[in-house]
Design a protein around this ligand. Structure first.
Ligand SMILES: [Zn+2]
Ligand SMILES: [Zn+2]
Length: 330
C-alpha cells in the first residue's frame, strides 16, 4: 500500500496559467465523506480538450488529463483493490437545482477531471468517487480501455437524439474525435460515412459498413439530403459544410468545441427546418459493453506511447496534425 510504504509524493503533469510542467505533488488522499478510492493510472490518452485547457480556453490549474485506465490501489471500504477500472470524468454535487432534475452533466458545482476543480489523470495516481468507477472486462485491452471516455461520448449521441439504426450517419472530420465516433456508431450497427481531409487518416476506416471520402471528392451539391450529420471536424468551417449536406428536417449533431468564433449564415437552418443539436460526454457502461463485444480497431488509432517523464514530448507529438491518439504511461 502506497501510504504504508511511506510514499508522500507522486509525479504529475500540472497545467498552471498556460505553462505545463512535470512536478512532484502530494499523493492524493481518498475523501471518505465522498466515498473516494485511489487509482494507479496505467495508461492515459491525450485529447484535443487537453490543449484547450493548456491554451486557457478552459480556465483550470491542476493535473491535466481525463482519459485513462488504471488499477485500484486503495479502496477504504474494500472490494475494489487490484481491480482494473476506467472512470467517468464528471463529478456532480447531487444537490443543486440541475442535479435535482437529473441533469448531472450540467451540475452547477460540477467537478471534471483535468478541467474543472478536479485534478486529472496525467499522474501516477488519482482519486475518484466510487460511483464514477467502472470495472473493465478482461477481454478489453488497456489500449482499448483508454478510449472508453470518447466512445461513451459517441454512444451518447445515439442515446440522446434517438438515432434510427436504419438511417445512415455522416460524420464530418477525420481527426481523433471523428475517427473514434465513427467506430463507436459503426460498432452499434449504424451505416457510417466519414468526410475528411487526410487520406492517411481516412484509410484507418477501411471497415465493412464505413465509407470514407476526401472532402474534395464529396461536393455538397451531389450529396444533399443526408438525414443525420455529425460535425466533429474541430474546426469553424465544419458547420457550414454540415448545413449544406443536411436534408430538410434533418439533424446536425455538433461536437466541435473550438473557442474560435466564425461568421456563418444560418438561413438554411430556418428554411430547411434543420435541428442543430449539441452533445458531449456519455455513459461508460454501454461504451464498455460495446468494447467487450466488438473489435473497434481502436489500437490502429494509437500514434505513439510515452512515459510520463516524456509528457512534454508526448504533448508535442499529439499536437502534430498527422497524429491521432498519443498515450502516456505513468
Ligand atoms: Zn477527451
Ligand atoms: Zn449539482
Amino acid at each position: 500500500m502506497l501510504f504504508s510504504r511511506g510514499v508522500t509524493k507522486i509525479k504529475a503533469l500540472i497545467v498552471d496559467k498556460g505553462t505545463v510542467e512535470l512536478r512532484d505533488t502530494p499523493v492524493p488522499r481518498p475523501d471518505p465523506d465522498r466515498d473516494e478510492i485511489l487509482i494507479r493510472v496505467k495508461k492515459a490518452g491525450i485529447c484535443s480538450t487537453d490543449f484547450e485547457v493548456i491554451e486557457g480556453m478552459i480556465n483550470f490549474s491542476g493535473v491535466l488529463g481525463h482519459e485513462f485506465v488504471g488499477v485500484v490501489e486503495n479502496d477504504p471500504s474494500g472490494g475494489l483493490e487490484g481491480k482494473r477500472v476506467v472512470g467517468e470524468i464528471n463529478i456532480p454535487c447531487w444537490e443543486c437545482s440541475r442535479c435535482q432534475k437529473n441533469q448531472y452533466k450540467h451540475c452547477l458545482n460540477i467537478e471534471t477531471l483535468g478541467m474543472r476543480r478536479r485534478d486529472g489523470v496525467f499522474a501516477e495516481f488519482l482519486t475518484l468517487p466510487r460511483s464514477n468507477v467502472h470495472l473493465v472486462p478482461k477481454s478489453i485491452t488497456d489500449n482499448e480501455a483508454v478510449f472508453t471516455e470518447p466512445l461513451a461520448a459517441a454512444v451518447e449521441i445515439a442515446e440522446q437524439y434517438h438515432l434510427k439504426p436504419s438511417e445512415p450517419i455522416t460524420i464530418i472530420g477525420d481527426g481523433r474525435l471523428g475517427l473514434v465516433t465513427a467506430r463507436a456508431l459503426w460498432g452499434m450497427g449504424y451505416s457510417i460515412e466519414v468526410i475528411g481531409r487526410h487520406q492517411d487518416k481516412l484509410a484507418t476506416l477501411d471497415l465493412p459498413g464505413i465509407t470514407a471520402h476526401l472532402e474534395a471528392d464529396f461536393p455538397a451539391e451531389k450529396h444533399t439530403d443526408l438525414p443525420v450529420v455529425i460535425e466533429a471536424s474541430g474546426s469553424t468551417s465544419g458547420l457550414e459544410k454540415a448545413l449544406q449536406l443536411t436534408a430538410p428536417r434533418g439533424k446536425i449533431i455538433y461536437k466541435t468545441t473550438t473557442a474560435q468564433s466564425h461568421e456563418i449564415n444560418l438561413a438554411d437552418l430556418a428554411i430547411d427546418e434543420i435541428q442543430l443539436l449539441g452533445s458531449r460526454c456519455g455513459p461508460f457502461a454501454p461504451a464498455l459493453n460495446l468494447l467487450a463485444r466488438n473489435d473497434l480497431h481502436l489500437e490502429e488509432l494509437i500514434t505513439a506511447e510515452y512515459s510520463l517523464d516524456e509528457a512534454k514530448l508526448a504533448l508535442k507529438k499529439a499536437a502534430q496534425k498527422s497524429s491521432l491518439k498519443v498515450i502516456l504511461k505513468p
